[in-house]
Design a protein around this ligand. Structure first.
Ligand SMILES: *[C@@H]1O[C@H](CO)[C@@H](O)[C@H](O)[C@H]1NC(C)=O
Ligand SMILES: *[C@@H]1O[C@H](CO)[C@@H](O)[C@H](O)[C@H]1NC(C)=O
Length: 115
């Protein structure tokens, strides 16, 4: 891995650690479910949607999550949580939304988010 990639990875890793608590709350928080649904939808949907919302193509996103997972030691059961955390982080960078605005988006149903 290049030095540049390591720096970027470290930055993303730090940011993901920061947003993860927001996405791994008590079970009654609906944001987990809808955030996951939105990420599932993006990962299954048209590649341009992923590119537009996350600033990168699906293979790059998957690789980033895989790499982060290897670095964080987060297990398979937490994979979706990490996918969401990375998604939230990237979406914030792409949109320049505040964390409060992101909370809104990740709590909304995927249908509402895309209208
Ligand atoms: C992002 O948002 C902040 C505050 O909402 C604003 O100050 C800043 O200029 C924005 N940056 C860009 C690149 O739009
Ligand atoms: C987040 O950013 C997107 C793209 O800039 C914008 O369309 C959307 O309204 C923002 N969300 C909120 C809740 O402000």
């Amino acid at each position: 891995m290049s030095e540049m990639a390591k720096v970027v990875l470290a930055a993303v890793l730090g940011a993901v650690e920061a947003v993860k608590p927001r996405l791994c709350p008590e079970p009654y928080h609906t944001s987990v479910r809808t955030g996951r649904m939105w990420m599932d939808e993006l990962l299954a949907g048209h590649r341009r949607r992923m590119r537009r919302n996350m600033g990168m193509h699906k293979p790059v996103f998957r690789k980033l999550v895989r790499t982060l997972r290897a670095k964080t030691g987060i297990g398979d059961s937490k994979h979706v949580g990490l996918t969401e955390a990375v998604g939230l982080f990237l979406h914030m960078i792409v949109t320049n939304n505040t964390t409060e605005e992101e909370d809104e988006i990740f709590q909304r149903s995927p249908d509402t988010v895309h209208r």
